[in-house]
Design a protein around this ligand. Structure first.
Ligand code: CAA
Length: 261
C-alpha cells in the first residue's frame, strides 16, 4: 500500500510526478493532503534520482479546487490561522525546493489550487483549465499566499480584480495575463510538461538550480542587492565542472554532457 492516501507518485526517468488524488472533492486540499505534500517534498529533496518535479491533479476536471471547505467551515480564528501557516509553510518549501517544479494544471485551479500552482516554478496548463481566487465568495481572504504571489505574477491591478471579484478565468486569459506560462491541449498536457522537464534536465543542473535561487531571492530584494547576489551566483558557476564542460563543448562544437558537479 502506498504511504500516501491522497497523493500518487511516479518517477518517470528522473521526472517525479506528484498527483493530488482526492477526485471526490475535486482534489481539494484537506489537512491530511497538505501534510502528505510536506512529506513528499522532503522525500523529493533527498532523492537524487528525481531531477525535475511535476505537480498535477487526478482526473480531467480539476487540478485542485481549493482548500477543503467542508473541513474548514467550523474553524475559529486561531485554527484558521494555524491552517494557513501550515499550508503556507509547505508551499514555501515547495517554492524553495532545490530542483525545478512544474505545475501541470489539468482543470480547476481555484483558491488554494491557484495558490499551489503559483508556488511552482513554471506553469503549464490545459486549454480547459480554469483559474480563480473565489475566497471572497466564502467571506475570507486567500490564505495560502494568494494575496502575495498573485500580484507578483500578474501585477497589482489584475490581482485585485481577480481577488475582489472572485471571477473565474479560462486558460487563454490566464496565459494572456501571465498567470500561466504555457498552454497545451488537454490530452497533451502531461506530454508538454514532460517535454519541458526533459529540456531543463538536459541543461547544467547546478546552473538551473542557481537560476531558481537567483530569481526567487532576487525578486524580493532591491535591484542593486539582487544584482550583487547574481554576481555571487555567477561567480560560483565558474567553480563547477559543468561550467568547464559546457564551455569546452561549445568550443569543440559538440553537445555538453553535464555531471551536476
Ligand atoms: N472543498 C471541499 N469540497 C469540494 C471543494 C472544496 N474546495 N470543491 C469541490 N468540492 C466537492 C463538492 O462539495 C462536491 O462534493 P459532493 O459530490 O460530495 O457534493 C464535489 O467536490 C464535486 O463538486 P461540485 O458538485 O461542486 O462540482 P461542479 O462541477 O458543480 O463545480 C466547482 C465545480 C466550480 C469547482 C465547485 O466545486 C466549486 O466552486 N468548488 C469550490 C471552489 C472554491 O471556492 N475554492 C476555494 C476554497 S477556499 C481556499 O482555497 C482558501 C485558500 O486560500 C486556501
Amino acid at each position: 500500500m502506498s504511504e500516501y492516501q491522497n497523493l500518487l507518485f511516479e518517477n518517470d526517468n528522473g521526472i517525479g510526478v506528484v498527483t493530488i488524488n482526492r477526485p471526490k472533492a475535486l482534489n481539494a486540499l484537506n489537512e491530511a493532503t497538505v501534510r502528505e505534500l510536506d512529506k513528499i517534498i522532503d522525500v523529493l529533496a533527498q532523492d537524487d534520482s528525481v531531477k525535475v518535479v511535476i505537480i498535477t491533479g487526478s482526473g480531467e476536471k480539476s487540478f485542485v479546487a481549493g482548500a477543503d471547505i467542508v473541513e474548514m467551515k467550523d474553524k475559529d480564528a486561531m485554527e484558521g490561522r494555524e491552517w494557513g501557516i501550515l499550508a503556507q509553510g509547505v508551499f514555501n518549501k515547495l517554492e524553495g525546493l532545490a530542483k525545478p517544479v512544474i505545475a501541470a494544471v489539468n482543470g480547476y485551479a481555484l483558491g488554494g489550487g491557484n495558490e499551489l500552482q503559483m508556488a511552482c516554478d513554471i506553469r503549464v496548463a490545459s486549454e480547459k483549465a480554469k483559474f480563480g481566487q473565489p475566497e471572497v465568495t466564502l467571506g475570507i481572504t486567500p490564505g495560502f499566499g494568494g494575496t502575495q504571489r498573485l500580484p507578483r505574477l500578474v501585477g497589482k491591478g489584475m490581482a485585485k480584480k481577480l481577488l475582489f471579484t472572485a471571477d473565474m478565468i479560462d486558460a487563454a486569459e490566464a496565459y494572456r495575463i501571465g498567470l500561466v506560462d504555457q498552454l497545451a491541449p488537454a490530452d497533451q498536457l502531461m506530454d508538454a510538461a514532460k517535454k519541458l522537464a526533459k529540456t531543463i534536465m538536459s541543461r547544467g543542473p547546478i546552473a538551473v538550480k542557481l537560476c531558481k535561487f537567483a530569481v526567487n531571492k532576487g525578486i524580493n530584494m532591491d535591484l542593486e542587492s539582487a544584482i550583487q547576489y547574481e554576481d555571487e551566483v555567477w561567480g560560483l558557476c565558474f567553480a563547477t565542472a559543468d561550467q568547464k564542460e559546457g564551455m569546452k563543448a561549445f568550443v569543440e562544437k559538440r553537445k555538453a554532457s553535464f555531471t551536476g558537479k
